[in-house]
Design a protein. Structure first.
Length: 277
């Protein structure tokens, strides 16, 4: 049976005959209506808004503010001075009832800011198992998949999509509406204004594709056959000097049965801002 706390000021309460163990510091402010599940810890001087739900065993350290219609899943650790769910900085935002949704097992480090969505996507969403290092900014309507690493001071502008298992180096801004492909890695202090394809290494101001993320792919368990196909596709798209449409057509004809190649080609064909080459 799952138990909920709607407003609480004690470290341990009884609801429906069941002891619910939570640890809420006496200086924390929990607005009436908030839902706090079993095992949650909330540290000193935190503020939790009335439309917030926090899942089991999530730890919220000191001076964290969570407001708006915000759902935080289970087993997250949210470090000091994080701000989640505040209104978008988009000047078109008119206080629509948009959401911020965070999955499970994320580590959100000091001074991270995550803003709620706007009436475009209606939510900002972060998946499971991500690491957001200190001072990362996640703007309105951003989607972050699972298992991503965003190093210190990464800035995701509005509507950015980061597919699962991407790594973005510190001090890197991502232009609005850009998409970052799965298993890609972007070097620190880069500037990204177009989509970064899956599986590649990119770096620079402005960012350019430097190679295939071979080491990262091996660490993720990609087979030798898959790596071989990706290397061949990479050379055709990024190094042979072909027009993009011709390169995509050639890769599709030669390697189109490979699921990872299909994802790469779909990514390119659906790019709105164009891909970084």
């Amino acid at each position: 049976m799952r138990s909920y706390i709607y407003i609480l000021y004690n470290r341990q309460i009884r609801l429906g005959g069941i002891h619910i163990l939570v640890d809420i510091h006496s200086t924390a402010i929990i607005e009436e209506g908030a839902i706090i599940e079993d095992g949650v810890k909330i540290g000193p001087y935190c503020v939790i808004g009335k439309d917030v739900k926090i899942g089991k065993n999530t730890v919220i350290q000191s001076h964290v503010v969570v407001e708006g219609i915000t759902e935080i899943g289970e087993d997250n650790t949210i470090y000091s001075f994080v701000s989640i769910g505040k209104a978008s900085q988009d000047l078109k935002y008119k206080n629509e009832p948009t959401k911020t949704i965070i999955g499970n097992k994320n580590s959100i480090r000091e001074f991270v800011t995550i803003h709620r969505g706007t009436d475009d996507r209606w939510e900002t969403r972060i998946g499971n198992g991500n690491l957001l290092m200190a001072y990362v900014h996640v703007a309105h309507d951003v989607i972050v998949g699972d298992g991503c690493i965003l190093a210190n001071n990464v800035t995701l502008a509005g509507h950015v999509v980061v597919d699962s298992f991407a790594i973005i180096g510190g001090l890197t801004p991502i232009h609005q509406f850009c998409r970052i492909g799965s298993y890609s890695m972007i070097g620190g202090a880069s500037a990204v204004n177009q989509d970064i394809c899956p599986f590649v290494l990119a770096e620079g101001n402005k960012a350019e594709v430097r190679g295939l993320n071979s080491i990262g792919l091996r660490r993720r368990g990609f087979s030798d056959e898959t790596l071989s196909n990706l290397k061949k596709a990479y050379r055709i798209i990024f190094r042979n000097g072909l027009p993009l449409k011709e390169a995509v057509k050639q890769v599709e004809e030669e390697y189109g049965e490979d699921d990872n190649i299909k994802y790469l080609l779909d990514f390119i064909n659906n790019s709105n801002r164009g891909i970084t080459r």
